[in-house]
Design a protein around this ligand. Structure first.
Ligand code: NAD
Ligand code: DAU
Length: 346
C-alpha cells in the first residue's frame, strides 16, 4: 500500500480522518504531529497500531519533513496540522503565524522539490476553514468564489495558508486541492470548543458561558462527514480546485446550548431541575463573526458528496460519546485545560 502523510493526525479531525483511511484500506497513513496541547496520542488508541505510523514532530522542521518524504515516498499530503482555536489566537497569535503559515510553507516547499525529483502521482490536500470568508449577512452563503475577509488572527493565518497553497499550485504546478469547511463536532473534539465545552460543563455542573447574546450562527457538520468529503476531494477532486463543505445546519449558539441541555435532561437527569439553569451570558468574543453558512452545491454536484448524519443524530451520538469517554476528557482537564475562559481581552 502507498503511504500518505497526515499532518495533525492526533488532533480532532485528523484522528477521525486516520480512522477513515484505515477503514478504507487504500493508502497507509503516516501521522506527523507536534503533540501541542490539542494533540493527543489517545485519540488514535482505538486504531490498531499496525495500521498507521506515528512520527512526533513539527511541520516547521523542514529537515524532518524532508526525511519523512524520502523514507515513505508519499503519494499525498493531507494537511490538518494547525493551531485551531479562535479564542487562543486572540490571547497569543504568534503560534498561529508560525504553525499555520510558516508550517504550511515548509510542507509546500518540501512537496514541490520532492515531486520535481521523484516523478510520481502526488496530491497536496489542504484542509481549511469557512472562517477565511469572514462575517456573513443574512440570506447569503459562502461560495468558493466569495472574497476572503478574515476577522481573527486564526482565520487570517488560515487565509494566508490558503493563499500560499494556491500560489504553489499556480506558480510551481504543485497538484493542490483546498477544502473550506464549516464548524465540525463529534468524538475527540478538544473541550475548548463550544459543543464539548458545554457538554462537559453540564456533566461537571458548571456554568455554561454563552458569548454575547448567543445569537451568533454557525453551520454544523459531523466530523466523519467532513472526513468523507476530504477523501472524496482527494480521490476525484479537480486539481487546483477548491471545495466548500458544510452541513446546511445553521444554528444559533444559544439554540445549540439548549439542545445539549435538553438532551442531557433526558440522558442524565438532575433532580427537579434542568441543565438550562447553568446558562450564563458572558462578555462577547472580540471580533466575533455573527454568521457563517456554507453553500456546498459544488462538492455535492461534482463529487456526489452528501452528509450522512443529521444534526439531531450527530449531536446525540456526540453527547453519548462524551458521557462514555469521561476518562479521555478528565485527563485533559487535569493536565492541559481546566475549561477556563479564553480570548476575552484585547
Ligand atoms: P485540533 O486543534 O484539534 O488539532 C490540531 C492538531 O495539529 C493537533 O494534533 C496538534 O498537535 C497539531 N499541530 C499543531 N501545530 C502543529 C505543528 N506545528 N506541527 C505538527 N503538528 C501540529 O484541530 P482540528 O479541529 O482537528 O482542525 C484540524 C484542521 O482542520 C485545522 O487546519 C483547522 O483549521 C481545520 N478546520 C477545523 C474545523 C473545526 O470545526 N474544528 C473546521 C474547518 C477546518
Ligand atoms: O467555522 C469553522 C471553524 O469553527 C474552525 O475553523 C475552527 O477551527 C473551529 O474552532 C470553529 O471556530 P468557532 O470560533 O466557530 O468555534 P468555537 O467552538 O470556538 O465557537 C463556536 C461559537 O460558540 C462561536 O460563535 C463562539 C461561541 N462560544 C464558544 C465558546 C468556546 C460561546 O458562546 N461560548 C464558549 O464558551
Amino acid at each position: 500500500m502507498k503511504n500518505v502523510l497526515v499532518t495533525g493526525g492526533c488532533g480532532f479531525i485528523g484522528s477521525n480522518f486516520v480512522k477513515l483511511l484505515v477503514n478504507n484500506n487504500e493508502v497507509f497513513p503516516v501521522v506527523l504531529d507536534k503533540l501541542t496541547y490539542a494533540g493527543n496520542l489517545n485519540n488514535l488508541d482505538h486504531i490498531d497500531k499496525n495500521e498507521y505510523i506515528f512520527s512526533e514532530g513539527d511541520i516547521c522542521d523542514k529537515a524532518l519533513i524532508d526525511s519523512l518524504f524520502k523514507k515513505y515516498k508519499f503519494i499525498a499530503v493531507f494537511h490538518f496540522a494547525a493551531e485551531s482555536h479562535v479564542d487562543r489566537s486572540i490571547d497569543g497569535p504568534e503560534e498561529f503565524i508560525t504553525s499555520n503559515i510558516v508550517g504550511t510553507y515548509n510542507l509546500l516547499e518540501v512537496s514541490r522539490r520532492y515531486i520535481r525529483e521523484i516523478k510520481q502521482d502526488f496530491k497536496f490536500v489542504h484542509v481549511s476553514t469557512d472562517e477565511v470568508y469572514g462575517d456573513l449577512e443574512d440570506g447569503a452563503f459562502f461560495k468558493e468564489t466569495t472574497p476572503y475577509n478574515p476577522s481573527s488572527p486564526y482565520s487570517a493565518s488560515k487565509a494566508s495558508s490558503d493563499h500560499l497553497v494556491r500560489a504553489w499550485g499556480k506558480t510551481f504546478g504543485l497538484p493542490i486541492l483546498i477544502t473550506n469547511c464549516s464548524n465540525n463536532y463529534g468524538p475527540f473534539q478538544f473541550p475548548e470548543k463550544l459543543i464539548p465545552l458545554m457538554i462537559i460543563n453540564c456533566l461537571n455542573n458548571k456554568p455554561l458561558p454563552v458569548y454575547g447574546d448567543g445569537k451568533n450562527v454557525r453551520d454544523w457538520l459531523y466530523v466523519m462527514d467532513h472526513c468523507i468529503a476530504i477523501y472524496k476531494v482527494y480521490k476525484n477532486g479537480k486539481i487546483q480546485d477548491t471545495y466548500n463543505i458544510g452541513g446546511n445546519n445553521e444554528i444559533k449558539n444559544i439554540d445549540i446550548v439548549n439542545i445539549i441541555c435538553e438532551t442531557l435532561d433526558e440522558l442524565k437527569p438532575l433532580k427537579n431541575k434542568t441543565y438550562k439553569n447553568l446558562i450564563t451570558y458572558v462578555k462577547d468574543r472580540p471580533g466575533h463573526d455573527l454568521r457563517y453558512a456554507i453553500d456546498s452545491t459544488k462538492i455535492k454536484e461534482k463529487l456526489g458528496w452528501t452528509p450522512l448524519e443529521s444534526f439531531e443524530s450527530g449531536i446525540r451520538k456526540t453527547i453519548n460519546w462524551y458521557i462514555d469517554n469521561e476518562t479521555w476528557w478528565r485527563e485533559i482537564q487535569e493536565k492541559k485545560y481546566a475549561q477556563n475562559r479564553l480570548g476575552e481581552s484585547v
